[in-house]
Design a protein around this ligand. Structure first.
Ligand code: FES
Length: 151
């Protein structure tokens, strides 16, 4: 079987115009059957994480059940907002009755711009207030920022 392809479902599991979510190597993938041809894109909506496989498939467009963003299952592109980030696309191969997909060298998301490291968590005496101090903070006077509780 071709390199990198993983068997994820049986073709009979996903009839035409239907979708199914599968997990492959820790990734959630939505497999869609459009007129007997299978496509695979990420199944977690790039808007707020809606489950695309639970949405509706209209031609080549999958509509998120949460806020109706639409994605093209061939390209992963957004075809209707509110989402504005495309879904990842996976290669699909059919082998007999099986659907295989390839999870390409995972594209690590770029490192965060700001990395905040929690240095201290201080319980402020006599109150329910916690003071948090982060490494990114230039102002060492964490206490000043602590909201005070008056009785
Ligand atoms: S979570 Fe999918 S459109 Fe908002």
């Amino acid at each position: 079987m071709g390199e990198g392809f993983i068997r994820v479902a049986n073709t009979t599991d996903i009839p035409p115009s239907k979708m199914k979510e599968v997990q492959v190597e820790g990734e959630n993938v939505c497999i869609a059957n459009v007129d007997g041809k299978y496509y695979a894109i990420g199944s977690i909506c790039t808007h707020e994480g809606g489950p695309l496989a639970d949405g509706t498939l209209d031609g080549y467009e999958v509509e998120c059940p949460w806020h109706n963003s639409r994605f093209d299952v061939r390209t992963g592109e957004v075809t209707s907002p509110p989402a504005n980030e495309p879904e990842p696309v996976y290669e699909v191969k059919i082998d007999g009755d099986y659907i295989l997909i390839k999870v390409k060298g995972r594209i690590e998301s770029s490192p965060p711009q700001f990395e905040l490291e929690l240095l201290e968590k201080i319980k402020v005496e006599g109150t329910d207030v916690m003071s948090f101090k982060f490494s990114k903070q230039s102002n060492e006077l964490g206490e000043d920022k602590t909201p005070s509780v008056s009785d």
